[in-house]
Every structure is written in C-alpha cells, then in structure tokens.
Design a protein around this ligand. Structure first.
Ligand SMILES: NC(=O)c1ccc[n+]([C@@H]2O[C@H](COP(=O)([O-])OP(=O)(O)OC[C@H]3O[C@@H](n4cnc5c(N)ncnc54)[C@H](OP(=O)(O)O)[C@@H]3O)[C@@H](O)[C@H]2O)c1
Length: 281
C-alpha cells in the first residue's frame, strides 16, 4: 500500500506531463504516469526517477483514444490504489487533418475532452476517498476562439485545426465548471488552467517527426516544460487551493475566460452529450 499522496498525470511521456511527474516526485508524491506507449512510458518513468531522485512512480498504460482502454486502465488503478489525491488531465493532441479515435470520435474532442471526461468520472470515487481530492485539467488560451459545434462536434462537415483544437480546450473548461458544481458538497475540487506557450512536442507527428522543425525555431521564444507545468503543480500542491473550485488559472492566478466558457446551458449540453458519447449512465 502506498503511504504517500497519489497523483495521476495523463500524457506523462513527454512535455508538461513528464515535467509535472518530476516535480510531484520531488514533492514526495507517488506518481502514476498514464502513457499510451509502454516503451515511451518506461523511458519517461526512468527519466523522472533519475531527475527527481525519487523512485515512487509507476506507468499506467492507457490510450485516451479508446473507451475500452480507458475503462481497463481505470479498473487497474482502482484495484491497485485505495485513493487518488490529484488527477492532472494533461494529455493533448493537435491534428492538422481530421482523424478519428477507435470509437469514431474526431480525435481532438475525443482525446482532449471525451477521454478525460470518462477517465475522471470513473476515478471520482477514488478522488472522494482521498483526504482532499483535486482535479486539474490543462486547457489553453485557445479556448477563447472556440465553440462547441452542436449538432456536429465531431466536425464531420467542416473540419479545421483551430476549430477542433479550440473546441476541445473550451470543452475542458466547461467540463471543469460542471464538475465543480456537481462536487460542491464533497472534498474534491476541480480547476482548469492555461500553461502559456511552452516548447514541447505538441502537434509533432510521433511517427514521421513532422512538425519538429517549427518547434526548434520557436523554442527560444517559448517556456520550458518545467515552467509550463508550474501552475498545474501549484494547483496540485498548494494548501491554499484546497477550497478553490471551478476557476481557470494562468501563471498561478485566476484568469478570465471567454463568455462561452461561462455559459451554464452550454456546459449542461456538453455534459449530457459527453455522457451519451462515452456510454455513462
Ligand atoms: N505546448 C503549449 O504551448 C500548450 C499551450 C496551451 C495548452 N497546452 C496543453 O498542454 C497539454 C500538454 O501538452 P504538451 O505541450 O506537453 O504536449 P506534448 O509534449 O505533445 O504532450 C502531450 C502528451 O499527451 C499524450 N497523448 C497524446 N495522445 C494520447 C492518447 N491517445 N492517449 C494517451 N496519451 C496521449 C502524449 O503521448 P505520446 O508521447 O505517446 O504522444 C504526450 O505524453 C495539452 O493538453 C495541450 O493542449 C499546451
């Protein structure tokens, strides 16, 4: 049995997810690194152990582009652990072309929102079993140009990179806000954040490497992954954050969101639609 606080971080194989894993290991958390690829996951775990000097980390294999995989991984987590103190919904994808997940969802809304929606709901009882559970979802300032494109959130008709990415990042905030309302009388908080512009592998094709060049060019102007993960770590660990829920943060401060991100009707419609899409009762 683990006697430390437990944190689960999605997309822990690279970028801010890996940086957050290292920071939480240093803060003496037991870290569950959710990764979709076993060899990349194990390499990331070894790097996190080396850089933090702490060995309390495991890889939890999960492809957020598959509802079956999410259900299996959540079951495994529940068998292994009694509680979950911190869930950081960090994994994200950007696609130049329209791709679909195993379940036929447009990939950005599928991975960035629906995957995390299901994972979070399946882990809620473990978050409530913690002394004070925290759900932190990594959104983006890109949400400000986003809308939820009912009746076609999977963008079967008019796909666009910015349209799809901004929709998924707006969904991250609307989801967080509904969670905060539903969890108001519990020991669990839910907040979202914008990490700023960070030099990572976001948008780089993992097979062909396409997109790496653009990242190298922009690197001098962007923050490091460790700096980018700072607000998530603050929300996860700071004692003052135990009573704040339903807020959106940038640089450790509550920041303003778009009007759409504050729309309760839109949030309710998204919640209802998401439940149906992932098959939750
Ligand atoms: N970088 C920025 O400037 C910026 C700005 C605003 C918001 N954000 C947000 O920050 C978050 C972290 O992104 P990052 O910049 O650190 O990018 P990154 O280095 O590309 O990391 C993304 C992570 O998500 C994982 N992932 C992708 N698809 C997955 C799937 N189907 N199942 C499980 N994991 C999956 C990746 O795993 P693999 O290694 O296996 O691909 C990787 O670990 C994202 O939510 C992004 O939208 C980033």
């Amino acid at each position: 049995m683990v006697d430390r606080k437990i944190a689960l971080i999605t997309g822990a194989s690279s970028g801010m997810g890996l940086a957050a894993s290292i920071a939480l290991l240093r803060a003496k958390y037991y870290v569950v690194m959710l990764c979709r690829d076993s060899s990349r996951g194990e390499a990331a775990r070894q790097q996190a152990i080396k850089e933090s000097g702490q060995s309390q980390a495991e890889v939890l294999l999960c492809d957020l582009a598959s509802l079956d995989s999410i259900r299996n991984s959540a079951s495994l987590f529940k068998e292994r652990h009694t509680h979950l103190d911190v869930l950081i919904n960090n994994a994200g994808v950007v696609s130049t072309k329209r791709h679909t997940t195993v379940d036929g969802f447009e990939r950005m809304i599928g991975v960035n929102h629906l995957g995390h929606f299901l994972l979070t709901n399946l882990l809620l009882e473990k978050l409530q079993a913690a002394k004070q559970g925290r759900i932190i979802t990594v959104s983006s300032g890109a949400h400000k140009v986003g809308d939820i494109h009912f009746p076609d959130p999977h963008l079967t008709n008019h796909f666009g990179l910015i349209k799809g990415y901004a929709q998924s990042k707006l969904a991250n905030i609307l989801f967080t806000n509904t969670l905060a309302v539903l969890l108001a009388d519990t020991n669990v908080t839910a907040n979202s954040l914008h990490p700023g512009a960070v030099s990572t592998s976001l948008g780089v094709n993992r097979t062909t490497g396409f997109g790496k060049g653009i990242h190298s060019l922009l690197r001098p102007f962007f923050q490091s992954p460790a700096k980018g993960a700072d607000t998530a770590i603050y929300l996860a660990t700071d004692p003052h954050m135990s009573a704040i829920s339903g807020a959106y943060f940038y640089k450790r401060q509550i920041a303003s969101t778009s009007k759409r991100a504050q729309d309760r009707n839109l949030a309710d419609s998204l919640w209802k639609w998401s439940k149906e899409e992932v098959g939750l009762e």
